[in-house]
Design a protein around this ligand. Structure first.
Ligand SMILES: Nc1nc2c(ncn2[C@@H]2O[C@H](COP(=O)(O)OP(=O)(O)O)[C@@H](O)[C@H]2O)c(=O)[nH]1
Ligand SMILES: [Mg+2]
Length: 302
């Protein structure tokens, strides 16, 4: 299956949850009036686009309808696409991986899909011929280490791990040394996601970050926050919290295939100043895609 078809398939629930409903409303109205905008607002809010962003979109639609003297409700579909692309576009979604090695830290609460995304990112780079090393920085549970190891085997990359309960910063230290001596291109670090101990987590992330700063000064760095699309507006508040404890450079939005409310992408982009760089559209190795606003909207309205 090609890239675009996979994206389309991944967004099929959201197409039913948002796009098809929008289309139904548009064909059921003979003219464009306030009631139509209100129905659109309802659909967008129910699709997790978020109140603020929904209003931003419908205001834009009203303006465009007026300016362009549009009278046919069906023409609103293209205006809506335009409006959403307007919100989603002009982000730099490239991962900064210029230096050898480069470091990608992956953070986020438990269960959002950190470890899975790391496996997928490792696969993505391996496909490009890069040498990847994984660091099992979530030392809190033995199962977390095992899970990362399974991904390392599956993808065919090295992993650096310590035993359960050990110091994550020590794992990162060893992983950095391994990345240097094995001449790796990319080091990807898993982390624990115990947000209920916000202060400890902050301390833990800071310690890991310091090791990287000290051992790899000037290295390209990404700190990717993983958010689960199925958690809706809660994802936004997680992002706000994590943004206070780390310098997030991008978001990985997982499980878009599992939600009818993929409008959360639009809310994230509109309400947070952090680019969505990658999206997860399934549980398999190649179910991770670079986020492209235009492709996303095309797949949503396909
Ligand atoms: N459907 C779907 N499931 C995903 C995706 N990403 C992760 N998952 C699943 O989410 C669950 C938790 O993932 P995991 O990587 O262990 O989360 P972590 O606790 O943040 O490391 C697993 O069952 C994954 O297979 C995705 O994009 N789509
Ligand atoms: Mg994990």
């Amino acid at each position: 299956m090609g890239f675009f078809d996979k994206l389309k398939e991944g967004l099929s629930k959201t197409r039913r949850g948002i796009t098809e409903k929008v289309e139904q409303v548009l064909v059921s109205f003979g003219k464009i009036d306030e009631e139509l905008f209100e129905e659109l607002e309802e659909i967008l809010i129910a699709g997790d686009v978020g109140m603020e962003t929904t209003i931003r979109i419908t205001e834009d639609l009203r303006k465009k309808v007026k300016e362009r003297k549009i009278v046919d409700p069906k023409e609103i579909k293209n205006l809506l696409k335009e409006s959403i692309i307007g919100i989603l576009k002009d982000d730099d979604t490239d991962l900064n991986t210029i230096t050898k090695p480069s470091v990608i830290m992956v953070i986020g609460v438990n269960g959002v899909g950190k470890t899975t995304s790391i496996g997928k990112i490792a696969h993505m780079y391996k496909q490009q011929g890069k040498k990847v090393i994984l660091a099992a920085g979530d030392t809190f549970r033995a199962a977390a280490i095992d899970q990362l190891e399974i991904w390392a085997d599956r993808v065919g990359v090295d992993i650096i791990k310590h035993s359960e309960g050990s110091d994550p910063a020590a794992v990162i230290y060893d992983a950095v040394q391994a990345a240097k001596s094995r001449k790796a291109d990319i080091l990807i670090c898993d982390t624990a996601g115990r947000l209920h101990t916000k202060k400890n987590l902050m301390e833990e992330l800071r310690k890991m970050s310091k090791v990287i700063d000290r051992e790899l000064p000037g290295a390209s760095r990404e700190t990717l926050l993983v958010l689960d699309a199925t958690t809706g507006q809660n994802a936004i508040s997680q992002a706000r919290t994590f943004n206070e404890i780390a310098d997030i450079t991008g978001i990985v939005l997982t499980k878009l295939d599992g939600t009818a409310k993929g409008g959360i992408v639009i809310a994230i982009k509109s309400e947070l100043d952090i680019p969505v760089k990658l999206i997860g559209v399934g549980e398999k190795m190649d179910d991770l895609q670079r986020f492209d606003a235009k492709e996303f909207v095309e797949a949503l309205f396909a």
